[in-house]
Design a protein around this ligand. Sequence first.
Ligand code: ADP
Length: 680
Amino acid sequence: MADIGYLCLLFEPIMNSPDYIAPEQLLSILFKSPNATAVYTGEDITIVSANEAMLAFWGKDKSVIGKNFFDALPELSGQPFLDILKQVWNSGKTYIAKDYPAILKVDGILQNFYFDFEYKAILNEHGKTSYILHTASEVSEKMEARKMVKEKSKAEKQLTKDLVDLNEEYLVANEELLLINNKLETVNKELVYFKNQLQEVNNTLLESEKRFRSLVEYSPVAMASLKGENFTVDVVNESILQIWGKDRSVIGLPLRLALPEIETQPFLGILREVYESGKNFYGQELKVRLSVDGKLTDRYLNFVYKPISGTDGKTTAILVVASDVTDQVNARETVLEMNTRLQIALDASSLGSTEVNLATGIMQSNDQFKRNFGFSDDEEFAYSDLFEAMLPEHRERVRGLVQEAIRTNGIYKTEYPIKWRDGSLHWIQAHGRPRYDKNGKGDRMVGMTADITDKKLFEQRKDDFLSIASHELKTPITSLKASLQLLDRMKNKPFSETHIRLIEQSGKSVEKVVVLIDDLLNMSRMSEDQLRLEKTKFNLHDMLSMSCNHVRMEGKYDLIIEGDKNLELYADEHRIDQVVINFVNNAVKYAPDSKQIHIIIESQEGHVKVSVKDSGNGIDAKILPHLFDRYFRVDHSGKSYSGLGLGLYICSEIIRKHEGQIGAESTIGEGSTFWFTLPV
Ligand code: ADP
């Protein structure tokens, strides 16, 4: 209570009148005060007194008493306290501060403190400052607490703000989540819907795959489905297995392994192209070689490779649909082959074919048919032209045969001579068969014709040959018979000149017969192609010098041999000699006035040429090409030459066998050259 009284006392003079208190009294009171108290005096603020509480604040002991403020508390220099104290001293005005910060050295460490303090000027009777009473209480903890509260509240505010922010974010997030949730719900619903739909599609797919499989399996057409880029055999039916010649064990295998034999054939390549391009491939009668029962068999197929694509448009499989057309192709090939053969036969035999409309006389003929009648390929040829060409005496007969064939539904077959528009004579052999309309009326005639002129001429020559051969044989035999009869009559007479002459004559006749029979035999051998060559190596010049000695001995003709004396030949010497003799004999026979007969040897590339040249009357150019034909003889108008017309034919056969060539050149009035060549 004394304190309060003192304080009332103390305050009063501050406001009103100067204090009046004995200093000792004041100090003793102060020292007892629990408040921190110090008393200063003088302009340099000398510490007069400081109680324990103040000393504790300062972190000092009693030694500071008597020192001036600056010396006692050097750590406060730089802080405003000394200046404030000096101001109070000088002005006499009390200074009150609240929550004032101060840095003090306590326990040797500079620390922050807060104080409420008062510098109260105690004035003397003159109104001048004599003491300064310093009271202070520390408010550091309060400050700390306030600071902490402040910081805490700041932190709380921040926290609240953060929380608010967070809350807002949370709210936003929540809203978004709600939205997402809604969306998810919608999506979920959609998913369920799609799942159901997918299930349905799946069911439909399963159903349609089932249908596809049974479609393939029960299809009467061969079908297979090849899956993936390895063309794995997926679905097949019996028909395709039959074509492939395989069983169901091929299912699941890549085609390459299912049908290893097609590796070298174009099919895998085509499949690959279809797979990549997505375009169908159509095979028409393509040949495929398949191993059926372990045997490679050719088959012809019409087929389609159809790509099957997934939803992304990419090919996933290829459907194969095939039909085996092997029988048709074979049948057609047989027909074609037969047609070709028929055409070859028609061409080779110069057969003409035609169909004549008997009402209109229009003929549908092939080229050969027209050619047989001396017409060119592009000329029209009508039924009337046919009868026009026919020699008149045959027309009625042929018409009658046609009518008869129609009446009896038979074939007519005949031969008739025709005259071409150039006047030449030809022979036609004709076959015909009638055709009938739906009323059974014979309205067409299908016919074939062959030009048989050569055959007719040959037959003619053969007939001539037979009569000549008989005649030729008859002549020496008649003379032989006469000689023998004479000898018979003279058999009892003594042997005379006549006997000798008759025997010689008989010998000549027999010789002639032998030559004729030789020719005939040679000819028949030739026609049966039985001529055998016995080839040896010989000197051609030497052979020619020895040949035809009979002519040389007669002395009527000069045989002049010209050319290479050293040529060696590998040939049948006897047969070649026979050819040369024939040439020389003919020269003697048909060019009797040609005293010199030249035999010329010429070496040509790869072969040698031998020519026999006379300077007789020569041969007509028209008949030159026929000289080597069988039975060909020239009509020598009046002159009679013995001979069968076989010599040159036999020569040509001998040379042909030696793979050489034979020919004749001739100029009327200058002579003829007969030649042959032989390979060396
Ligand atoms: P052949 O002498 O038996 O009648 P060939 O076949 O030897 O038969 O001769 C055919 C024809 O060729 C003869 O009939 C003859 O008219 C003619 N011929 C052959 N050689 C000559 C020749 N050197 N000069 C003229 N005509 C010839």
